[in-house]
Design a protein around this ligand. Sequence first.
Ligand SMILES: C[S@@+](CC[C@H](N)C(=O)[O-])C[C@H]1O[C@@H](n2cnc3c(N)ncnc32)[C@H](O)[C@@H]1O
Length: 260
Amino acid sequence: MIFYLIIFLLITNLILIFTINKNKIKKLIYKSKIKSVNLEKLDSVFINNRIDKNLYGPKHDAIVKNFCIVPGNNIVGMTSDYEAWIISSLSKKSDNIFEFGTCSGKTTFLMALNSPKNANITTLTLGPKNLSELKLSKLDNKVSFRNIVNESIYEKFLFSDTEYENKINVLFENSLNFDENKHVGAFDLIFIDGGHTYSIVKNDSEKSFRMLRQNGIILWHDFVPGKESAKNVVKYINSISKDKKIFHIKNTSLCYYRNN
Ligand SMILES: C[S@@+](CC[C@H](N)C(=O)[O-])C[C@H]1O[C@@H](n2cnc3c(N)ncnc32)[C@H](O)[C@@H]1O
């Protein structure tokens, strides 16, 4: 009897320890090969101004136009407010921007709000009508595939019918069929946040490396080791980390590469 009680207590303790330290344990199992850095390493615009001996704040160039989605407005697939601020600040000095994955258009709208007046933003996405073109490949994660279906529901976007819409070119096209040859070396900023399956992340990243101009920046969203739906994003980025200098930005799910 005592023996069974000890076994029972041991198992309950193990479950408790696992539940409390779930994230730490996951991090150990799904090890990232990407170095995490402070935001200032990405760009000098993020180096804070010293306002007082105990107060630091954003530079003028990192003050951005913003909006929030109220909780309860069930918009799917969004960046956090901190990530959105980073993208908005970089948009301020980007004349030509490309985004893989529009979804509701939250990030696209922020890019349009903050980029220079004559900037161009191209955003590539799938609408409900394009879904029949999608196929699961051998290495693709099934949860990520299901998310693509759940996120390809918009035909109008948060920026539709606003004065910013004329800066934005929406392409309803499967990125696997997208021809990047006309855009080689064209973009200052590329945001990869389309399908999170292995075949799509690989395709979107390889095309982005070709489309990036000198000193331009690629940002990947959803680099979260241990998160099932982000598994293929982590796997792909880890796999190219030997050849490309990619960094993870602390306190975000963003990774970046700068072409210099
Ligand atoms: C996570 S959401 C994008 C969120 C958006 N970037 C934002 O920050 O608000 C993913 C988007 O990628 C699109 N997508 C997924 N696979 C794609 C593919 N193969 N080609 C083009 N778009 C794709 C989906 O239709 C969906 O709109």
